[in-house]
Every structure is written in structure tokens, then in C-alpha cells.
Design a protein around this ligand. Sequence first.
Ligand code: MN
Length: 719
Amino acid sequence: MASEQQTVADDESRFLISDLCTMLESYLEQEQIQEVYRAYLFGAEAHEGQHRLSGEPYIYHPIEAARILGELGMDHKSIIAAILHDVIEDTGIAKDQIEAEFGNEVAELVDGVSKLTQIEFASQAEAQAENFRKMILAMVRDIRVILVKLADRLHNMRTLDVIRPDKRRRIARETLEIYAPIANRLGINSLRVELEDLGFSALYPLRYKVLEKAVREARGHRKEVLKKIETSIKRRMRQEKLAGRILSREKHLYSLYRKIRDKTLSFDDIYDVYAFRIVVDRVDTCYRALGVMHNLYKPVPGKFKDYIAIPKANGYQSLHTILFGPYGVPIEVQIRTEEMDKVAESGVAAHWLYKSGDASMDQMHAGAREWLRELLEMQKHAGNPVEFLENVKIDLFPDAVYVFTPAGEIMKLPHGATLVDFAYAVHTDVGNTCIAAKVDRQLVPLRTRLLNGQTVEIVTAEGAHPSPAWLSFVVSAKARSNIRHYQKNLKQEDAVGLGRRMLDRALGAFDADADSISRKQLSALLKEYSLRSFDDLLVEVGMGRRPAVLVARYLVPADQTGIEAGQGEAVMRPLVIKGTEGLVTHFAKCCRPIPGDPVIGIITKGRGMVIHTETCRNLSEHKHPPENCLDVQWEPGVDEEFPVEISAVVADRRGMLATVAATIGDCDANIENVGIEERDGLTNTLMFTITVHNRKHLAEVMRRVRSIPSVIRIMRLRN
Ligand code: MN
């Protein structure tokens, strides 16, 4: 045993206290470093005889945590606290002993990251919540508490392999849900990125491996183009006598994964972007470099952002622009100074690095303080620590959406929030009586999901009521609980009234009303639904158990709906989409949905139902009342063929069209149409309309085509 530990300790890659001191020499005073060394002696003695699960002496862990803070350029008290961070929790040493040795600040920092060990908790969740609450309170007093905690967590994540699998997953999940978002909130990008990737790989090892492999392969394809762009940029910078570092950037795996998971973009859409960072000496050079870039490649209109003049809330500064690169590839460019780059990586930690009274630094720190104040408020209002932790998690959710009220007030909503969520966020009464909404002055369905920066206006009507159907799309707890509350308290007669109004509106879409319903049609429907009376049917509609629009469709004679089976180009596909029985279903030509795409059905007068993908740009232009938008789903196991358009940018070589077409054919996809567009003499764009069974099939086709050498990029076309 002893000899084994010896080998671990002798490992050349081991980071020792002497290495730490050498590293600190670059920015700390000699006395401060001596203080750090004294803390090491104190800690090593306290942890004497303790080992980590890996078998190595315990003290290596706090030294590694201190190293992480040293890399961020943190002050010596934070470094000392990192070295002593487990002393209170894991050894017999009390807080006042640390205070006597290293002063009050260090003692408070160490106490802040120490778990409560005296109290017995009923559950793991409760213990986690209470400890978290304690840490947040300590962090409000001194923000360095969270930096020490993040350093501790990062080293634990780096050494997670030796931990039992169930515990490993719990720690990984906690890292992704709490610590990485906190690092993000404080702008400490370097810690966030590593925490996220380590958490992702521990929680979803298989997905991590698949994505890592995909990135490795895509990287191979990109190499040539990347090199070419980089060389052009460097050459032009030299010609203009601008000095600076040019770095090509890649999205880290977890951010790729999150984008794919949330279905905002496909792997290729994300990975097809070429991203560069140019780091220069001064602000003035940033703007000159921007001019040079816009001269080298044409900028994409409307994409330039000046975060130097107007820094982000967390203090981030940079110029952002997007350019049309060679082969039609988009190039994202960030331009900033060395100092801005440091701030972008270190966030609030940069505060200790640059003690200058720099305005952006102060703003960043003020932003962090503001957030801590909000947390304190939240904790005062929370009923218990578990609720507090839940609220913090929601608050930290990195993909929040920020929208504006017509008065220009900013509202923050959870990712995926709809107009109904917005209405409830404004006020419960607004939510309860909303009937329509405008986004950027366009009338859109209430189920529309909000995007950053939109201006939202809610139209309310006196006497209007929440629709139970909203439950199928709202995401916020407030909207959900209010709609449920209304539904629970809905009396029979109210449900009849509500159902009647909803049905009337739906019938109106077919130019019909309750009086024009034929008795025969009604009794057939009641029989099919096993209901006794018309009132029972209205209750069903009012309670949201039957979509009003489908009921209306059954009740209106076919010749009046303007929908005829087999009319014109219409194709009957009753079995493809769930819940559309009896409706003629079309697939929108603009977005060409295929099985696997999230879809929405729009009931149109005269054309039955048109299926669009949820992300279709044309959806917002449909000025249909929200009750005409139906949540629809694909029938499982649909085996028909669906047309879809793809485009491939290929090198201008003889026989490329034939090669690509043959590959598509090999994948059992039919080609319905082909188009060629010459680009710049070097490349051509091939456009195909092909038929596939579903998304998986399409992905396979695209994967095979992409693997042909000389195919530079391939993508699915949507409008
Ligand atoms: Mn620790």
C-alpha cells in the first residue's frame, strides 16, 4: 500500500505546493506566498493520514483547487481558503482555530464552503438544499466563497472516475444544474466550459462519445477550409500592419449537445459555422480590425454587434460580426483586446486580477452583486430550502428568454415560454383573461413560443377565461397552476358556457354556428363519444378534453367545410398524423415536415389541415385564431415517403452530380428534382428534392453524402 502511494506521489505530473508557489510568484507578494505556504503546512498536518478514493494523500486535492484559483489570478486569501477548504468539514479543526491562524476573512470563506455536519437531514435532497442555502448566504457576504467552491467542484469533477457510479451521476447532475450555471452567471467562462463538459461526459457517457466522434469527423472535413480562412485573415492583418492573435474557436461539446437536444438546430447547422477570435492590443485596433474583416469578406447584414460600446450585463466586451466566407460558409468573428479576453474567460474573478477602476469591471461586479441581492430576496420568500434551491435552479437556467412589454419593460421567462406564460408573468388577471397576442405587432397564436428581444402585447377581454387546452403548451409553473386552479373550480354550468363559446368560435371558422348543426350529425357524434347530451359535449370541450376545432369539424356537413376528400392536389393521409381523423391533411411546402419533426396543424378554411414544422417561419404569418392551431403528433411507424429539400456545396469537379446522386440512391431515397447553381468557379451548389421516410433516414442520407470527399457542406433547406 505504502509503496503504491509513493508512486502516485512521485508522479511527475503531480502539482506540488512548490509548483503552486512558483505560479503565484507571477502576481503575488513574497509575504503573501509565505502565508500560502504556511496554510499548506497547516492543511497537510490537519489532513495527515487521510487519503482520497484514488489512494493519494488528501492534501493534493486542496492544492489542485488552489491551483485553479491561481490560474484565475485570485488573491492570496482565496488561495489560502482553497487550501484549507475541507479542514473544518473533514478534520477536527474548528472555525475559530482558522480565524486565529489566518484571520477572519479566510475563516469565513472556509466556513462558507463547509457542509453542515451537525444536523441530521431526513433526505439527501433536503441536506443538499440546506447546504446550498448556507453557501449562498455566505456568498452574499463574500463572493469569493463561490469561487473556492467552484474550484473544489472542478477538481472533484476532474477526478470523478474513482467515484461509485450512482454517486458520480448525482454529482454530475448537480454540477450541470447548479455549479456550471453559477459559473456562467458570474461570467467565469473557463470554469463553466470545463464543468459542463465533465458533467456531460459523466452523466451521459454514451452521448458524449457519439458527439465527440461526430465532432472529430467533422473537424477532419473542416480542416482545409479553416486553414484557408485563417491564412487569409492573417495575411490581410499583416498587410494592414495590425498585430494580434487569431484563434479558431469550436463550440464545446455540452453546448452542442444542448442545442441539438432542444432541437433549435441540427448538428450540421451548428457545426457548419466557422468561428474565429481576433485578440488585439487596444480598443482602437478592434475597430480597425473589424473594418479589415468587413473588407476581406462581405458581412451578413444586421449581425454586427458592438459589445465594446455597450457591454453585456456580466461585463463581457467584444465586437461580433458574421461574414460570408468562401464556399458560402458563414464565419463568426469576435474581436477584442487582451484584457477583454481575460474578462470574457474569468468573469468576476478578473476583478482581483485588475484592480484598476475600470468601468466595465465595476459594472460586472455590480451585476454580480445585484444577482446576489436577488438570491437573498428569493431565499426570504421561499418556504423552505428545497423550494429555494428549485427557484435558484430555474433562475440559473441559462436559456431564459428576455422579451419586452409594449412599455419597453424587460420580462424574463423560462426557455420555451409561450404568450400565455408571458400573460401570467405580467399578472394573474392578464393570464386569466387573455384572448390574443401580438408579437412585434403581428397577431400570433397564443401557443407561440417567445424568442429573445421580441416585443409582446397581450389582448385581454372582460369575462374571458383560461382555456384548459393551454395546459398542453405552457411551461411556467405560474401559468400551469393558475389554469389548473381555474379548471378545478370550473362549475358544470360554467363549463357548458365556456364550451359553447369555444365551439362557436371554432364553428365560425367554417362559416357555421350552433343553429346550423344538423341533428343527425350531432347524434352520430354523441354516440361516437359515448355522451348523452349536447351539454355533455360542451362540458367536454370546456374542460379541454376534446379540441373544439375537431368537434366543429364533425358537426359541420362536409359540403359546408369546403373540404372535399381528394380535391385538387389534396391527398388523404388520415393515418399519418394522430388526432386528424376525418380531416384532409396537407403538408406545407414551405417547411416540408417529415416524421420526427415537431409539427403543428393549422386548420384553414377550405384546405383542411396544413401541417407545418414547429420552427417554420411561415407560422407566424398565419393569422389564424389560436384555437385553429392544433397540437399534432406523427403516428408511430408511419412508413410513407415524404419530400424534403437538401443542398450540397461541392468542389467543381467532373462527375460530382453523378456521385452525389448515386450515394443518395444507395440510401434508398428517391430523387424527385435536381438543380445546380454555380457559385464562384470553384464550387457548385447542388439542390435535390428527395423523398425519405423520416428524420433518421434523412440524417443517414446526409451523413453518407457528407462523407464523399469534395462535398464541402450539406444542409436541409427550409423555405
Ligand atoms: Mn474538496
